[in-house]
Design a protein around this ligand. Structure first.
Ligand SMILES: Nc1ncnc2c1ncn2[C@@H]1O[C@H](COP(=O)(O)OP(=O)(O)OP(=O)(O)O)[C@@H](O)[C@H]1O
Ligand SMILES: O=P(O)(O)O[C@@H]1[C@H](O)[C@H](O)[C@@H](OP(=O)(O)O)[C@H](OP(=O)(O)O)[C@H]1O
Length: 353
């Protein structure tokens, strides 16, 4: 976090100096700051999970920092930098199949562009667009969609092989020491579906059909402590903090979400897949640009034909419903409800809602 703050400060200075003087001296000063930070980051942590990801363009005379890449959520070590504004994500066949199909679906504008598989350093990666590329010091939010986070096939497998997870037990007691049952306490382990369900009910997954995984703001601050963000009012507070009272950004998000919902309702891909553990990535910056994309298709699986889902019907084991659109409806409703309130607050950024 200290490094991230250092980088954010350097970026801030670079921006300020650029706009005030646009002079060579300013650029050189900014470049020194940025390079110092870049070196320290690379020495201590290279391309690891969040909480500090830095990724600059090669030194150019304008010295515009391209952006700092941040992994807000997900598995550590899944990502590495690709060329030309692309990301390499650890290969997952399921995700590859989905991204290939999505490139031909009406959802194409709402997912990162996909460019196939790269074999590098004895590992395979899926190559995709880095969605942060066109933003300057972006604010980012990851919301995991759906009313459950375990695939039906995971539940079946878990019943066959009752593998106890000590890591999940430890994550559980670190949030709530009283959460494990007597039996779990004696075993010092929990089954994955039990852990996942506990996470769903602790957060807003079960009650709203989505949950906040993490928020990183332009000032470099980052928060992944949303495990107990369950109630609508808590979610509203987090969203308000994320958009920082900027009604224009709020409106852009709302418009994009409404468009996405209407495209999801028409998508062949969406109708024929169980979509679990997928996120919406919200990105905006100080210029007022804001957008939302669907990411993470590692647990998005095709349904056996002719089965389809409406993504709103409540889940019961066997019906494969995932609650994705129910979550989307709630998300849109919450963003919509924030508009007049933000405008009434008389914020400088506000305009007629
Ligand atoms: N295409 C992208 N462009 C920019 N950032 C991305 C992109 N894909 C993922 N990220 C960043 O990486 C984080 C984790 O992504 P993702 O959910 O795909 O990882 P994962 O390891 O599959 O997650 P999970 O553990 O939920 O399965 C996101 O929260 C986001 O910050
Ligand atoms: O957010 P938390 O509390 O850290 O819990 C993790 C989170 O639910 C991930 O989505 C899940 O990966 P999948 O979605 O890929 O199953 C992972 O399972 P895993 O440890 O088995 O990878 C969990 O540990």
């Amino acid at each position: 976090m200290v490094l991230l703050d250092g980088v954010a400060m350097a970026q801030c200075w670079a921006c300020r100096l650029r706009s005030r003087f646009a002079s060579g001296v300013a650029c050189i000063f900014a470049s020194v700051c940025l390079l110092l930070n870049l070196c320290s980051v690379h020495q201590s942590k290279s391309w690891s999970k969040l909480k500090s990801m830095v990724h600059f363009s090669p030194l150019a005379f304008t010295l515009k920092p391209r952006h700092s890449w941040v992994q807000l959520a997900g598995h550590t070590g899944s990502f590495t930098a690709g060329d030309g504004g692309r990301l390499l994500k650890r290969y997952c066949e399921c995700e590859q199949r989905c991204l290939e199909k999505l490139m031909k679906d009406v959802l194409r504008p709402y997912v990162p562009g996909y460019y196939g598989v790269l074999h590098k350093d004895e590992q395979d990666f899926n190559i995709m667009d880095d969605l942060l590329t066109d933003f300057d010091m972006p604010s980012i939010m990851d919301c995991k969609m759906g009313s459950r986070t375990c695939l039906e096939e995971e539940l079946i497998k878990a019943k066959e092989c009752q593998r106890l997870r000590r890591d999940m037990y430890e994550k559980m007691i670190s949030v709530d020491p009283a959460a494990p049952t007597e039996e779990e306490r004696a075993q010092q382990g929990v089954l994955k579906p039990r852990y996942m369900r506990w996470r769903e009910t602790l957060s807003s997954t079960a009650t709203l059909g989505f949950r906040i995984e993490g928020i990183k703001k332009a000032d470099g601050s980052c928060n992944t402590g949303f495990k107990k963000t369950k109630h609508r009012e808590q979610v509203v507070k987090a969203f308000e903090d994320f958009v920082d009272g900027n009604v224009q950004i709020l409106k852009s998000y709302l418009t994009r979400l409404e468009e996405l919902r209407s495209v999801l309702e028409k998508s062949d891909f969406f109708r024929t897949h169980e979509v679990v553990g997928s996120s919406l990535l919200f990105v905006h910056d100080a210029s007022g640009k804001a957008s939302v994309w669907m990411i993470d298709f590692g647990k998005t699986v095709p349904l056996p034909p002719p089965m389809t889902l409406d993504h709103r019907t409540p889940w019961v084991e066997g019906n494969r419903e995932d609650g994705y659109l129910w979550g989307m409806d709630n998300l849109i409703d919450i963003f919509g409800s924030m508009l007049p309130r933000t405008a009434c607050d008389g914020d400088q950024n506000s305009e007629e809602a």
